[in-house]
Write a protein that binds this ligand. Structure first.
Ligand code: ADP
Length: 418
């Protein structure tokens, strides 16, 4: 059934992409990429379902009087709660392993993007997945928290919650889930550093920065939030980045020239603007800001121009908060030791990115960064095969990969006396 669902998603990819662009605003090209990314989780976990195997364990008794083994069983009905930034992929990354492990699930999509979830459900049912196995429960912002979240967390029948969203909401859900001792997987906020060492391929670093900063207009939990550039290459990096940013086109996601769409809500634009203002007020320099054409501005979308801030220091608002917008904040550093301590000086730990050609440094830095995922000389790190997840306030558990299905399985141990 999962394999059939995968096929239906691919067959309907143009429609799904159009729905995601309508709901979330992202450029259609990115939405098409998201459909493939979303579908990949269904295909991958359809295969992974065949590998949910237990162990046989040697008897500890001298006379070999027992036989011990384990079986993998579904954890039980799952509550899956997803955000609006990847309305298709965040859903399939949870539904895929939940169903592959043999669980039923209820998906509560974000209030901003319910249609993507409903479209996925239509295709799932079409592929033969029963209504009872995968349900979608939509809710507006208040009901999501006050009724749906509370109800699902209090219900003893729900044995697992998998959530992607803000750290505050994740903590609230974990507290509620504790009363019924549910398993919890949490993909929460990030504050990803990009570290560019003086031996890096600067063109590659600029390209990586553009990819992981402006995808989905920066509304990505693994988006680069803090850029640290070693002093001798700082100015070159900034100049090349600004030159590259001049080719970004802000506009309607359905316009084929658009590379950056609107932010999700007017409030999101206000929030990013206030972070930028507060950072400039304490001494950062506004080095570059893209222009938004009059036609685009007058269309009334929630547009924020791609922006570069330099001379940023660690205590400034733009380094302290998850920007979730197209703003690059850059700071100079001198030594590896200094930058590691600064990069780790945050309660978050989702992704980190490093550009260097020194192989020893690759090992030192990737091991020392307090994050769940490291991109070395690349920033396109998300795919169905790699374990996605964070440490510290960025979450618990992993999604995708062979680890992703484990989160939805219990290990039952059987001891047989002979
Ligand atoms: P964002 O700031 O991106 O909207 P949130 O963490 O507030 O992120 O929301 C992510 C998802 O979690 C959305 O689907 C939202 O409705 C849901 N959500 C947030 N808080 C709760 C809660 N207490 N109970 C259930 N769902 C919640």
């Amino acid at each position: 059934m999962l394999t059939r669902w995968y096929t239906r998603i691919i067959e309907n990819s143009d429609d799904l992409a159009a729905i995601a662009t309508l709901e979330a605003g992202k450029p259609l090209r990115e939405a098409k990429g998201e459909v493939l990314y979303a579908a990949s989780f269904i295909q991958f976990f359809a295969h992974e379902a065949l590998r949910s195997t237990g162990d046989t364990i040697p008897s500890p008794h001298p006379q070999n009087k027992t036989r011990l083994w384990t079986v993998k069983q579904p954890v039980g009905p799952c509550a899956l709660i997803t955000p609006w930034n990847f309305p298709l992929a965040m859903a399939t990354r949870k539904i895929g392993p939940a169903l592959a492990a043999g669980n039923s699930c209820i998906l509560k999509p974000a209030p901003e993007t319910p249609l993507s979830a409903l479209a996925l459900k239509l295709l799932a049912n079409d592929a033969g997945i029963p209504n009872e196995a995968f349900q979608v429960l939509t809710a507006d912002r208040e009901n999501a928290k006050d009724i749906v979240g509370k109800e699902l967390m209090a219900d003893m029948r729900i044995r697992k919650v998998s959530f992607t969203g803000s750290t505050g909401a994740g903590i609230a859900l974990m507290e509620q889930a504790a009363k019924t001792v549910k398993r919890a997987s949490m993909e929460l906020g990030g504050n990803a550093p990009l570290i560019v060492f003086n031996d890096a391929d600067i063109d590659k670093a600029v390209e990586g920065c553009v990819g992981a900063k402006f995808r989905n207009a920066g509304q990505v939990c693994i988006a680069i939030n803090r850029v640290f550039v070693q002093s001798s290459v700082h100015d070159t990096f900034v100049n090349k980045l600004v030159a590259r940013m001049k080719s970004l086109r802000i506009g309607n996601g359905f316009d084929s020239n658009t590379t950056i769409g609107p932010l999700i809500t007017p409030l999101a634009v206000e929030r990013v603007q206030s972070i930028v203002n507060a950072t400039i007020a304490v001494g950062a320099q506004l080095t570059f800001q893209s222009t938004i054409s009059d036609a685009v501005r007058e269309s009334g979308g929630n547009f924020f121009p791609p922006t570069v801030l330099t001379n940023v220091t660690d205590s400034m608002p733009v380094f302290q908060s998850e920007i979730f917008g197209p703003v690059v904040a850059i700071s100079k550093f001198e030594t590896e030791e200094e930058v590691l301590s600064r990069a780790n000086n945050t309660p978050y730990g989702l992704a980190g990115y490093v550009y260097t050609r020194d192989v020893s440094r690759v090992h030192r830095v990737s091991e020392a960064l307090e994050v769940g995922m490291v991109g070395v000389n690349e920033t396109a790190i998300s795919n169905e095969l790699g374990p996605f997840g964070g440490v510290k306030l960025s979450g618990v558990g992993r999604e995708g990969s062979k680890d992703g299905i484990e989160e939805f399985l219990e290990t039952k141990y059987v001891s047989l006396g002979l």
